[in-house]
Design a protein around this ligand. Structure first.
Ligand code: SER
Ligand code: ZN
Length: 675
């Protein structure tokens, strides 16, 4: 939250830093109220910056204690300092070192940004701009440095001292009351990835050997007495490390990997290099207290933070406008991991539910913004479902568009070309344009244009010609600041479902990319499929191939047929949901239509009966998704305006009751079988 006079920061105003910092040596003496930080910066002019520019370092509520240039005191006229800024008016135009002493009060830091002490643990959070609350710095992601960190503390209070990278030394200080540890991180990183932890912590440990043969000591640190609930997190970590080796060819790159779970942490979790820090609700689990959902979300978040090591840390963002470069991509990677570890359709259904509930609502409201915003006052307000979830959908579409092989080759090229750099969306897309031969200029509009597109679809069967024509139109409603919308590139995965399953797809349409995918990138498009032996039911957006709303007028009978016959599990679930949603929306709008739910309940129950006995027992997680009616909030979102929560609630209850009455014995029977 920043006030109205905070300047607006714009993407088009980006310019490289005038100065670079090659190495950072931190010496931090931890104290509950007076922590002293000595920072030595090896600075040099950036060849891409303005020659002779002043050096302006960021601060936030900082207190300068001392400053030296190349070891010497500086004349007071040569610099100016406020809690927010330290400026050297005419720094040397060559390499030099700056030594800066600051002092901070971790106990008073209730923002939980920068260094804080909470529940007896010293801990940091530096994304997006918390490092400037520890020391004056060029706190921007395109300034990447090699860090060496010496930590010192009372042994009794902080027997565990952790920072990024590998521990290179440790020992006691004379007198035995205080001790120290020195950590060195050989990988250059921006300040937002700096972290330290100091406290009395328990841990679980495991050794790991990467596919490349590097031995890594893994540890999960938790508050005392909680180590017996850290096993699942460790198990997840080992599995996601293997997965990243196998699926993306990414190996871990340090000798240790530490996870720390603390009870006071604002962000869910943070990917600091080699030292991921979590809110402990995303780490701790045991069968007594955690649900299946908790286990799944711990797995996803452990993986997410670990995957950032390559997508976020080795390759970071040039500026905060590129946040989706690391977040959208890393969400995509964690979704794929969970899909591989569990059931792909169930994972997809769960993710689409979240997308529709959180992101579609955001995109339809006053806070709608593009996946890559063009201006902000406060970057912390942009850690949004649009940047994360829609950002992941864009990567998923990119993969459909260029195909599996070019996608993997594009990722490999990205890792090779951009390793060690602070990159942009353009750098990223350029890799896929190169490996696929596609021009991705039009596709890039997904990063610029806010709002959820709607596809309006209809189909006609011509019995004489044995052809089926699908008409598609797309539109995106205006959003704040973007009154005019352009068509976007939509990969529409589809099938034509006949009496006994999918019909073969044959068409001469140029929009057809093969593999059941139509690329729809114009305001409207007609695709005619030939040799269609019978009137089919279209199954569109299989696997939810694009993050859009779909208007397709299928009647209840057709939808229920898709529910039983579609080869795409996502669309089977979707068909069922559509029938339920329509009925709920009608009755939610007009309570007089409550009785109409009797017939819908009957139809749904009939559709479900076979499913419950034949398929549900072999895929209980999928069955659980099918058996969940659309959530009340989702019905409200569909209704859109003049929402009557009581009416929605009544409709929801009535439909559940109607289905429940008819399927009571079958549901009880299923429960018995699943137990
Ligand atoms: N960078 C962090 C994450 O998304 C912020 O919470 O993992
Ligand atoms: Zn993330």
């Amino acid at each position: 939250m920043r006030s109205d006079d905070t300047p607006l920061i714009r993407l088009e105003d980006y310019r490289p830093s005038d100065w670079l910092i090659d190495t950072v040596d931190l010496d931090i003496s931890l104290h509950p109220t007076k922590t002293r930080i000595r920072s030595q910066l090896a600075l040099r002019p950036n060849p891409a910056g303005r020659p002779g520019a002043p050096l302006v370092l960021d601060g936030d509520e900082l207190k300068l204690v001392a400053i030296r240039l190349d070891g010497l005191l500086i004349d007071e006229a040569a610099y100016s300092v406020t809690p927010q800024q330290l400026t050297l008016h005419a720094p040397p135009t060559r390499r030099f070192t700056l030594m800066i002493d600051t002092e901070v009060d971790p106990s008073a830091n209730t923002k939980l940004m920068g260094l804080y002490l909470s529940s007896h643990v010293y801990c940091t959070q530096c994304e997006a701009d918390g490092f400037r609350r520890i020391s004056y710095f060029l706190d921007r992601p395109d300034v990447m440095s090699v860090y060496t960190v010496r930590l010192e503390a009372r042994k009794l209070i902080a027997p565990v001292l952790l920072s990024n990278g590998n521990r290179v030394a440790a020992g006691e200080l004379p007198g035995g009351e205080r001790h120290f540890a020195i950590w060195h991180d050989p990988h250059p990183k921006p300040a937002y990835l700096f972290a330290l932890v100091g406290g009395a912590l328990d841990h679980v440990r495991q050794s790991y050997v990467t596919a490349e043969g590097r031995s890594v000591e893994l540890a999960v640190y938790v508050e005392p007495g909680k180590a017996d609930r850290a096993g699942w997190a460790m198990d997840c970590l080992v599995r996601c490390m293997r997965w990243d080796e196998r699926v993306f060819g990414r190996n871990y790159d340090l000798d240790v990997f530490n996870i720390v779970a603390v009870s006071d942490f604002n962000m869910g979790a943070m990917e600091n290099k080699g030292l991921n820090i979590f809110n402990d609700k995303y780490v701790l689990a045991d069968p007594q207290t955690a649900t299946d959902g908790d286990y799944a979300s711990i797995e996803a978040i452990i993986a997410h933070e670990y995957f950032h090591n390559w997508t976020g840390n080795r390759i970071t963002c040039r500026d905060w406008f590129q946040l989706c470069l690391k977040e959208g991509l890393t969400v995509f990677r964690d979704q794929e991991f969970s899909a591989d570890e569990r059931s792909r359709p169930v994972k997809r259904i769960a993710d689409v539910r979240t997308l529709r509930t959180t992101q579609f609502s955001e995109d339809a409201g006053p806070l709608a913004h593009p996946v890559r915003p063009r201006a902000y006052k406060e970057i912390n307000n942009f850690y949004t479902p649009t940047v994360y979830e829609k950002g992941a959908e864009v990567i998923r579409m990119l993969k459909l568009l260029v195909g599996e092989a070019a996608f993997r080759a594009g990722m490999d090229l990205y890792f090779e070309r951009c390793d060690g750099t602070a990159a942009t969306i353009e750098d990223f897309l350029g890799c896929f344009a190169e490996t696929s031969g596609h021009d991705l200029t039009h596709f890039a509009r997904w990063y610029e244009q806010a709002g959820t597109p709607t596809i309006v679809a209809s189909g006609r069967y011509d019995a004489a010609a044995r052809s089926y024509t699908l008409d598609l139109a797309q539109k995106t409603a205006p959003t704040p600041g973007q009154p005019e919308k352009q068509p976007v590139v939509l990969p529409v995965a589809l099938g034509l479902v006949g009496g006994s399953g999918d019909l073969p797809l044959a068409t001469t349409s140029e929009a057809y990319a093969g593999n059941g995918i139509v690329i729809f990138d114009q305001p409207s498009l007609s695709v005619t499929f030939t040799d269609v032996a019978e009137p089919p039911i279209p199954s569109l957006l299989r696997g939810f191939s694009a993050p859009v709303r779909l208007e397709l007028d299928l009647d209840e009978a057709a939808l229920l047929r898709l529910f039983s016959a579609d080869s795409d599990p996502f669309n089977r679930w979707q068909a069922w949901q559509t029938v339920a949603m329509r009925a709920l929306v009608e009755a939610g709008r007009d309570p007089g239509r409550l009785d109409a739910l009797v017939t819908t309940g009957q139809a749904l129950a009939t559709g479900l009966r076979g499913f419950l006995t034949t398929q549900a027992p072999s895929d209980p997680a999928f069955a659980a998704q099918v058996l969940r009616l659309p959530a009340l909030g989702d019905v409200a979102r569909e209704i859109g305006r003049d929402v009557d929560p009581d009416a929605i609630q009544a409709a929801h209850r009535r439909l559940s009751t109607e289905i429940g009455h008819r399927l009571g014995p079958d549901l009880l029977d299923l429960r018995e079988r699943l137990a």
